[in-house]
Design a protein. Structure first.
Length: 293
């Protein structure tokens, strides 16, 4: 089958939002759809809205397909996914990640048929209370000169977390790179570090109102730095005018989960992630956008 698919922009996709069953759609996809993010497109079949897709290009790409119920069971989802996968491949993708609500067995079976292999699950957690009690903390803006030390503690912390959870296909720490350093420098306004004397104790990446990643140096864990740091981040984001603070916590990362529960975060949904490797020498996908330690 060669379905005559075409695509329309995010505005056209947003018009389909009222027809989407939120119980079966992935949480970040719904957020980006409502925000009319440029990664979102409407999927048209012979000019008729059939669903919505999301693609994020790069070596480690992302692909999501949502078909409206009347268009399911006809092989159209497979056709759409194949078309988009080829588009990402031509754009230089080496791996492609997809996601779905963890309880959606139909989506899991669909992804498996298309060659994706489930990797891990993550819980979306939300804090929508008031400001939290906190004294002074040694937090400052990330600088380019912090990269080597910040990357080392970040990579080590997530490496240890992945090993403890035991649900990741690429457990080895990701090495530093010039590409990553440039990306961190370009987005330095959304990155913070916790400095203890001459030593960096923790590193944070924000995507307001989301805490995208938190990493505390393993040798300094257990001293309350994580609690005070997350408290600082919550207060900072609320003070900017955000009504709630979001983060993702990997299922099985019990120390982090206990911390977030104790601060008043509540779980709203769980998402399962899966990965397809297009080239055998592909690197591990970038976990920074998906994990919160």
């Amino acid at each position: 089958m060669n379905a005559p698919f075409t695509f329309a922009d995010a505005a056209a996709a947003a018009a389909i939002l009222p027809r989407i069953d939120r119980r079966e759609a992935e949480a970040d996809f719904l957020h980006d759809l409502a925000a009319r993010d440029a990664s979102i497109r409407a999927l048209l079949l012979d000019g008729t809205p059939a669903g919505v897709v999301q693609t994020l290009r790069g070596r480690n790409a992302f692909l999501y397909v949502y078909l409206l119920p009347p268009f399911r069971g006809r092989g159209l989802g497979r056709e759409a996914a194949s078309l988009l996968e080829e588009e990402l491949r031509r754009g230089g993708a080496e791996t492609i990640v997809t996601a779905w609500p963890a309880e959606n067995g139909r989506a899991a079976a669909f992804a498996e048929k298309l060659g994706w292999h489930r990797t891990y699950r993550s819980a979306c957690m939300v804090y929508d209370g008031g400001l939290l009690s906190l004294g002074e903390v040694p937090v400052r803006q990330y600088r380019d000169g912090d990269y080597d030390e910040a990357h080392a503690l970040y990579a080590d912390a997530f490496y240890r977390m992945r090993l403890s959870v035991g649900d990741f296909p690429h457990p080895a720490p990701r090495p530093p790179s010039g590409e990553e350093r440039r990306r961190w420098a370009e987005t330095a306004a959304d990155r913070l570090v916790w400095q203890e004397g001459d030593e960096l104790a923790a590193y944070v990446h924000l995507e307001p109102p989301e805490i995208a990643s938190v990493a505390v140096k393993p040798a300094l864990q257990g001293r309350g730095i994580g609690r005070r740091l997350v408290t600082y981040l919550v207060n900072d984001l609320l003070s900017r005018g955000h009504r709630e603070v979001r983060l993702w916590c990997v299922v099985g990362n019990e120390p982090a989960r206990r911390l977030y529960d104790s601060l008043g975060f509540r779980e709203t949904v769980r998402t399962a992630y899966a990965e397809k490797t297009l080239f055998t020498d592909a690197p591990a996908k970038r976990e920074e956008e998906l994990l919160c330690s």
